[in-house]
Design a protein around this ligand. Sequence first.
Ligand SMILES: NC(=O)c1ccc[n+]([C@@H]2O[C@H](COP(=O)([O-])OP(=O)(O)OC[C@H]3O[C@@H](n4cnc5c(N)ncnc54)[C@H](O)[C@@H]3O)[C@@H](O)[C@H]2O)c1
Length: 373
Amino acid sequence: MYLLNIRENEDRKQLIKQSIDLNNINILITGAAGFIGASLTLRLLSELEGSTIVGIDTVNDYYSRELKEYRLGLIEKKAEGSDCQWSFQKISITDREALSGLFEQYHFEVVVNLAAQAGVRYSLINPDAFMESNIIGFYTVLEVCRKYLPKHLVFASSSSVYGGNTKVPFCMSDRTDTPISLYAATKKSNELMAYTYAKLYGLPCTGLRFFTVYGPFGRPDMAYYKFADKLAGGEKLQVYNFGNCKRDFTYVDDTIEGVFRVLQGAPLSSVRTEDGSEEQAVPYALYNIGGGNPEDLMEFIRVLSKELGAFGVLPEGFELEEHIEYLPMQPGDVEITYADSTELERDFDFIPKIGIREGLRKFAKWYSGYLRS
Ligand SMILES: NC(=O)c1ccc[n+]([C@@H]2O[C@H](COP(=O)([O-])OP(=O)(O)OC[C@H]3O[C@@H](n4cnc5c(N)ncnc54)[C@H](O)[C@@H]3O)[C@@H](O)[C@H]2O)c1
């Protein structure tokens, strides 16, 4: 198992993180029935010893509830052979009383907030859902954390905060104050809200900007999954911006490896300087988690159709071009996402590295089995 080797920030010679041993502690994962939440829970259950992992989720119907139940089933199964305890409750992060009750019972050392209303395009259709889960919900998580002060709150942000940024790669120092969807605005708000709680109440918070995460039991509302569904159903794919689009796709195992490492290093509220004295700091950190290797969308689709063909989802001699409809850009979409994950590499010695061939093969393998189940 990777154990965080707390390193000194080379420029300032400061101890930059508090090391957290994830074994024998209580961990809360919100959005545990979701794609990233379930993937993280499975990883924690297979690697940790003596910990209690509590998952909460509303299991809402934004996309297939059946898929969310399927993920919870995988977790149940994994928990049976695990050295950890697993407990799941259908609770909304907007429900302060229920959340407080859980904190009172478990006194979580680590909290991972992955519950959210996701989906750039859906935020044009149902903005209420975004304000409710992403703003009120996250505020409630922060308020409860303020009272119970876990050692580390890690929360999901998104590459969408970079808005219409045309400068690539997207660096942590780039401006993020011109969001082009309400979804992005809620994620940027989360970063600011968490910073405030870190500054005012000393709550150690780390935000993670995920970049188009894909993989087995992923999200059916995301383009790659929709493409697979359409190709499997013999329908045409709608490819926006006439296919002129690049995405920094991150295979889910890479994302989870990044999260797993970050959980073990909480930002400190005071840092030791070179002369040995203590300096106050805001215990807040923010990272990009992306491979830094944006793929051309059309190449991604070609590899996907090849892998779906290899697993028998598409018939032999399948002609991809006959199944593509090229359309103009959609409101809220961006032409390119491209992560600069230098800070993640510097502080946690990790950078995503799984390429689309390997990642899409694993997705296609799972997808073919799930279709037939
Ligand atoms: N998957 C990606 O590519 C990606 C990219 C950028 C950011 N993110 C962010 O990462 C996080 C996890 O994403 P995901 O892909 O697993 O999404 P997901 O939709 O699969 O998971 C989110 C889960 O949260 C639950 N949920 C929604 N509102 C809730 C509430 N009020 N209380 C409790 N549960 C609630 C949903 O039922 C869902 O199961 C989200 O915050 C998302 O915005 C994901």
